[in-house]
Ligand binder design. Structure first.
Ligand code: B12
Ligand code: SF4
Ligand code: SF4
Length: 314
């Protein structure tokens, strides 16, 4: 199995993943407890897929009952600039779910071919009931920072996590045991809405939640500054992103809307926006919501602050 693990890592690298590690498909007791605390404290209010049936995330075997190993990969989406609103850079290119799924399917086929009869593999990106960051940390890919994201000492945090569960007993990598945040608190201090305390994020105050996930712009929404979709501030200020690796992925080439300012968005016809966002991660927000927010901002609402610029440029 050692040789197969090495081959899979080499294949992942060849497919453009910058890092790949393996961890047993076992429950992570501490991470699961922290997740339950987040649910019961109300910090995840509004994310029904996380709050309604937490036991789904207790064991990776929810995803694949025969799972023995999890293979976790990181793909950089760093575009070479740390902050460029109004669209967070993870959504500049083709929808990452599609891009990463294509790569994972190639790895799945390879594992089935090499693993022998009875090999089972289940790929996942983002949407499966897996606590991806803690498993990536266990697989040695990084630590979970005070901004709650997985930070790779080599790549920074502008990375996606993608993975595969398999019934093959692959040799695990050593977890990264260190927390390299040290005394730094820049992300917590820079968050313009106070959504962060160290290692905890309250989605009720998070711009990314409101602009990506919330079904509508409603009461309780904090000022979203210059952002129309997502927010990069707690990553842009992170010193570990000073040396982030540009992604080198053709599918993540910025789409034309990345150059649009809020005024351009506000004036765009809905049919054009619908067409444009169809294959991008922006698809998660309804065009009506995007346009509504853009028009509000263009008319001067929700622009109370220009969050983060000063801290980033310092
Ligand atoms: C729900 C969700 C969101 C929500 C809530 C985010 C959150 N922090 O919980 C919202 C909409 C706000 C969001 C925003 C973003 N998201 Co999101 N999101 C998810 C999703 C689907 C689930 C996360 C989850 O389970 N949250 C519940 C909380 C309780 O769990 P947790 O944050 O993982 O916390 C665990 C650890 O932090 C650990 N822990 C907690 N405290 C401590 C303390 C110590 C000392 C230690 C060691 C560990 C530890 O235990 C916790 C419980 O397991 C994941 C995909 C997935 N399936 O995992 C993507 C994911 C986390 N998102 C991602 C991205 C890219 C983003 C954005 C950057 C997008 C953007 N630019 O706007 C922002 C970042 C905002 C931020 N600072 O987190 C990536 C992150 C990749 C990475 N390198 O970490 C993921 C992994 C998707 C992917 N497959 O790539 N997201
Ligand atoms: S994504 Fe933006 S609003 Fe959310 S925690 Fe990070 S800095 Fe704060
Ligand atoms: S800004 Fe500082 S505290 Fe926040 S995640 Fe980065 S290193 Fe950790």
């Amino acid at each position: 199995m050692l040789a197969l693990a090495q081959q899979v890592k080499a294949l992942a690298q060849g497919l453009g993943f910058e890092a790949c590690g393996i961890t047993p498909a076992e429950p992570l007791i501490e991470a699961y407890e922290r997740y339950l605390q987040a649910v019961f404290s109300g910090r995840l209010t509004g994310l029904r897929y996380l709050t309604e049936n937490p036991t789904l995330r207790q064991h990776p075997r929810t995803l694949l009952p025969s799972a023995q190993s999890l293979i976790l990969c990181l793909k950089s989406y760093y575009q070479g600039v740390r902050l460029h609103p109004p669209i967070a850079q993870y959504a500049w290119g083709e929808d990452y779910h599609r891009v990463l799924r294509r790569k994972l399917d190639i790895i799945s086929d390879y594992l089935r071919r090499k693993g022998g009869l009875g090999t089972e593999v289940r790929p996942f990106v983002d949407t499966a009931p897996i606590l991806e960051k803690p498993y990536a940390q266990q697989a040695g890919l990084g630590w979970i920072g005070k901004n709650t994201l997985l930070i790779s000492p080599k790549l920074g945090s502008y990375t996606f996590i993608a993975g595969l569960a398999t019934n093959l007993p692959l040799p695990p990598d050593a977890p990264l045991a260190k927390d390299l945040c040290g005394t730094c608190q820049r992300c917590v201090e820079a968050c313009p809405t106070g959504a962060l305390e160290p290692y905890k994020l309250d989605v009720r105050r998070c711009i990314a939640y409101w602009t990506i996930e919330a079904p509508a712009l409603s009461e309780g929404m904090p000022p979203t500054g210059e952002w129309l979709f997502g927010c990069d501030i707690c990553q842009a200020v992170c010193p570990w992103n000073r040396f982030a690796w540009p992604h080198g992925e053709i599918a993540f080439t910025p789409q034309p809307y990345v150059a649009w300012d809020v005024g351009t968005w506000a004036a765009a016809p809905k049919s054009q926006v619908r067409r444009m966002v169809r294959l991008s991660a922006l698809r998660r927000a309804r065009p009506e919501k995007l346009l509504h927010l853009a028009r509000q901002k263009h008319n001067g609402k929700h622009l109370e602050e220009r969050p983060g610029r000063e801290q980033v440029e310092r």
